[in-house]
Design a protein around this ligand. Structure first.
Ligand code: AP5
Ligand code: MG
Length: 223
């Protein structure tokens, strides 16, 4: 698949993985695969997998590795495109599974969106999402033009069930307990880029593009 690498996005809940992925999808032909989105879609469909994982996600815990891996395998074929893996891996074991099952023989690049954890609660409690269009809004930093409605699809915006303060704190604790081992893993493989995610979206985007040596930026786009 050419020279473009498969991308792995690491970062705390609310660090902007989905927001930045959406820009690369629109402008560089990447396909976005977010395990959080896939799991929420299963819950939305009421599938048996969805019923099984709902309580775990609503509480901010991790779903077991094999369930998430199987879902991921069913939803991405790295021989047919360049993907952004958002939210997978979340543990060292998942990083190894990703290499073994989906990234064998692929060029890869890992981006860690590093952020001060104190800003996350405010960011996430103000997030609103449009599940069909995939647009991500923020009531403070990026509100929709019409309150409660997606600019692109016109669908009603959703406040994720796990975006409450108590659950966010739990998700942040889970993140803190797993990030170091993954960072070390990708450092050893020499495929890790660290981006400061504390700043404005546009600055993060520029730093991301330069870290990935991507050209042809369309600066007119809001995202
Ligand atoms: P998932 O959906 O992956 O959630 P997450 O990792 O907690 O990350 P988020 O989606 O909350 O944040 P993001 O980094 O995408 O930020 P965003 O761009 O939206 O996972 C949910 C759950 O599913 C997990 O808790 C777990 O239960 C389960 N799960 C998923 N994957 C799993 C796995 N591999 N194994 C086991 N379980 C798994 O931005 C956030 C907000 O900030 C938005 O409002 C946005 O507009 C705003 N914003 C973005 N950038 C900026 C900026 N620079 N300045 C100001 N605001 C900004
Ligand atoms: Mg996300």
């Amino acid at each position: 698949m050419g020279r473009q690498p498969q991308l792995i996005f690491l970062g705390a809940p609310g660090s902007g993985k989905g927001t930045q992925a959406s820009y690369l999808v629109k402008n560089f032909g990447y396909k976005h695969v977010s395990t959080g989105d896939l799991l929420r879609a299963e819950i939305g469909k009421g599938s048996s997998l969805g019923m099984r994982v709902k309580g775990i996600i609503d509480a901010g815990h991790l779903v077991d590795d094999m369930t998430v891996l199987e879902l991921l395998k069913a939803n991405c074929d790295t021989s047919k495109g360049h993907f952004i893996f958002d939210g997978f891996p979340r543990t060292l074991n998942q990083a190894k599974l990703l290499d073994e099952h989906l990234l064998r023989g692929c060029t890869t690049q890992t981006v860690y969106f590093k952020i001060d954890l104190e800003v996350l609660v405010q960011r996430i409690t103000n997030r609103r999402v449009a599940p069909k269009s995939g647009m991500i809004y923020n009531l403070l930093s990026h509100p929709p033009k019409r309150p409660g409605v997606c600019d692109v699809s016109g669908e009603p915006l959703v406040h994720r069930k796990d975006d409450t303060e108590a659950v966010i704190r739990n998700r942040i604790d889970v993140f803190k307990s797993t990030i170091d081992e993954m960072v070390e893993f990708y450092k050893q493989k020499q495929v890790l880029k660290v981006i400061d995610a504390n700043t404005d979206e546009s600055i993060i985007r520029e730093n991301l593009l330069s870290a990935l040596a991507l050209n042809g930026v369309n600066n007119d786009l809001p995202y």
